[in-house]
Design a protein around this ligand. Structure first.
Ligand code: 4AD
Length: 455
C-alpha cells in the first residue's frame, strides 16, 4: 500500500542521459546514461533490487536502491519485463562478480512493458527441465536464454567468418534460386509444390547453378537455404538448413581437398579471432580446439575394412561390404573412435549422385569426399564433376533422370567444358560440432523437421 504512493520522477537537475547499448557500457562508464532492455534476472531485497538487464548486445547488472527500490514498479517487477534504466555505471570491487566487472546505479527507471508473473512466468513456460517438444513450441522464448542466444551469436560469427574466408580466397558470392525444377540429390527428399500450374521443387542444393557461374564469374560460393523432405528423424537432419556451397574451376581432386581443408581451418581461425565469438565457443564447448592439419584422409574402401574389422554392422545388421552405404551409426562409430576430422574419399558410383566424376584410376568409384567430424559425422559432401557430355548423359540414365529439364546444366559440357569440383557444407552441423550440441536443431533459429513447421 505504502509502495503504491511512492512515485519517482526523473531529477531535472541531473545531466541529460546518453542512450547506450549494453555492448558499449565499458566506454560509457562515469557519464550519466540510459539503457533499455529486458529483465533477464531479478533479485528483490528489502532495500535493493538487483536486475540483470539484457538487450541482445550484452548483460548489465543494475541496482535500484533506496526510494527507487520501494516503488510499486520495483516491487512488482517481473523477469522479461522491458525497462529503461538511467544512472551511472561504475566498476565493482575486485572479488565480486558482474558482467564486464561493473554495475549501473540507477537514479531513475521506467517500465515499458510488464511481463506476466506467477504461472505465466517465462521460467514456468519453458522450465530448464521442460520436455523438448515444449521447448521447441516455445522456441521464440527459448532463444532469449543465455545458451540459445550464444549459439545464435556463434552462428552469425561463423557466417561472417565463412564470407571472409571466401573473400580472401577469391570466390564470388552469388544467390541462386530456391524454387527450381531439377533435383540434385535424389527424388526421395524433394519438396514439391505447384508453381503456376507447373511442378516445381524447393532446392536441395545450389550446386548445379554454381557450376553455371564458373564461366561467367570464376570460382563462386553461396550461402542459401536447402530443403530436404527427410523421412527419418535424426539429430542431424533438418527439413530446411543453411547450405554453404562452393564451386571451383580448373582444379583436380587434390586441389579440391586442399581447398576444403583451407576453407574449414581459415573459417575457424576467423571465428576465433573475434574475442566475443571465441568467448561464446569457450562457454559452449570448453574443450574446443581448432583441428590440426592435414586432416586424416581415408578411402571409402579402407573405411569399409575398418568397420568390418571392428564388427560394426551395416544398415541390415550384416557385416559391411564394398558398395554399402555407411549409415549414420557406423559413421559416428568411426568419428568417435578416431576423434579427428576425416576426409572420407572415393565412394562407389552406385551410392553417389549422377553428376560425380569417376576416378580414372578405379572406375568403380568417384572422386568424391565427405568430411566427418567427431560427435556429428558428415558435415560436408563434395566431389569433382563430370566434364564429358556422353558421361553425363549416362549419369542421367543410370539415375532415371530425364535430361530435358537439365539442358542448361548439360550445356556447361558443350560450351567450353573444364575440370571442376565443389562441395556443400551444412552450417547447423558445423555449428553442432563447434558448439558441442547434441542436435543440429539447437543450431537453427527456428528449426524445421518432419512434423514441425512452427513457430
Ligand atoms: O551431401 P549433400 O547431400 O551434398 C550436396 O547437396 C551437394 N550437391 C553439395 C555440393 O557439392 N555443392 O549435402 C551437403 C551437406 C551435408 O554434408 C550436410 O552437412 C548437409 O549438407 N545436409 C544437411 N544438414 C541438415 N539437414 C539435412 N537434412 C541435410 N542434408 C544435407
Amino acid at each position: 500500500e505504502e509502495a503504491k504512493k511512492i512515485i519517482i520522477v526523473e531529477d531535472p537537475a541531473l545531466p541529460a542521459a546518453v542512450n547506450i547499448k549494453i555492448r558499449d557500457s565499458v566506454q560509457n562508464r562515469t557519464k550519466r546514461i540510459k539503457v533499455s532492455g529486458w529483465v533477464h534476472r531479478l533479485r528483490v531485497q528489502k532495500q535493493l533490487v538487483f536486475i540483470t538487464l539484457r538487450d541482445g548486445t550484452g548483460y548489465l547488472q543494475c541496482i535500484l536502491a533506496e526510494s527507487l527500490a520501494k516503488t510499486y514498479d520495483a516491487l512488482t517487477l517481473t523477469v522479461e519485463s522491458t525497462v529503461t534504466i538511467y544512472g551511472v555505471i561504475s566498476p565493482i570491487p575486485d572479488g565480486t562478480h558482474a558482467p564486464d566487472g561493473h554495475e549501473l546505479h540507477a537514479d531513475y527507471f521506467k517500465v515499458i512493458g510488464k511481463a506476466p508473473g506467477g504461472d505465466e512466468t517465462i521460467t514456468n513456460i519453458v522450465a530448464k527441465d521442460a520436455d523438448p517438444q515444449t521447448k521447441y513450441d516455445n522456441r521464440h522464448l527459448v532463444i532469449r536464454g543465455e545458451q540459445a542466444s550464444a549459439i545464435l551469436k556463434v552462428r552469425a560469427g561463423v557466417l561472417r567468418a565463412f564470407r571472409k574466408t571466401y573473400e580472401d580466397l577469391g570466390l564470388l558470392e552469388v544467390t541462386p534460386p530456391c524454387m527450381v525444377q531439377t533435383q540434385v540429390e535424389g527424388g526421395s527428399t524433394l519438396f514439391e509444390f505447384n508453381y503456376y500450374g507447373e511442378k516445381a521443387y524447393l532446392t536441395q542444393s545450389s550446386q548445379l547453378y554454381l557450376e553455371t557461374c564458373l564461366p561467367a564469374l570464376g570460382d563462386v560460393f553461396c550461402i542459401q537455404e536447402s530443403f530436404r523432405a527427410e523421412k527419418s528423424l535424426t539429430r542431424r537432419h533438418l527439413s530446411e538448413y543453411t547450405h554453404i556451397e562452393a564451386e571451383l574451376a580448373f582444379i583436380n581432386f587434390d586441389d579440391l581437398l586442399s581447398h576444403l581443408e583451407e576453407t574449414i581451418c581459415r573459417t575457424i581461425n576467423n571465428a576465433l579471432s573475434d574475442p566475443l565469438i571465441a568467448g561464446y565457443i569457450a562457454e559452449l564447448n570448453p574443450t574446443f580446439k581448432a583441428p590440426a592439419r592435414p586432416f586424416l584422409r581415408m578411402t571409402y574402401a579402407d573405411a569399409i575394412n575398418w568397420l568390418k574389422e571392428r564388427n560394426v554392422p551395416n544398415e541390415n545388421g550384416q557385416p559391411h561390404e564394398f558398395g554399402d552405404d555407411i549409415a549414420e551409426a557406423a559413421e559416428r562409430n568411426m568419428t568417435d573412435e578416431i576423434g579427428l576430422p576425416i576426409f572420407l574419399t572415393r565412394f562407389p558410383v552406385e551410392i553417389k549422385a549422377f553428376y560425380m566424376k569417376k576416378d580414372p584410376a578405379d572406375l568403380r568409384v568417384t572422386e568424391s569426399v565427405d568430411c566427418l567430424m567427431p560427435g556429428v559425422g558428415e558435415i560436408v559432401g563434395g566431389s569433382m564433376r563430370m566434364e564429358g557430355l556422353e558421361e553425363l548423359m549416362e549419369g542421367y540414365k543410370r539415375e532415371g533422370i530425364s535430361p530435358e529439364p537439365y539442358y542448361w546444366f548439360t550445356d556447361q559440357r558443350k560450351y567450353g567444358t573444364t575440370p571442376h569440383g565443389g562441395y556443400g557444407l551444412g552450417l547447423e552441423r558445423f555449428l553442432a560440432w563447434m558448439c558441442d550440441r547434441f542436435t543440429v536443431r539447437d543450431c537453427s533459429l527456428y528449426p524445421r523437421w518432419t512434423g514441425r513447421c512452427t513457430p
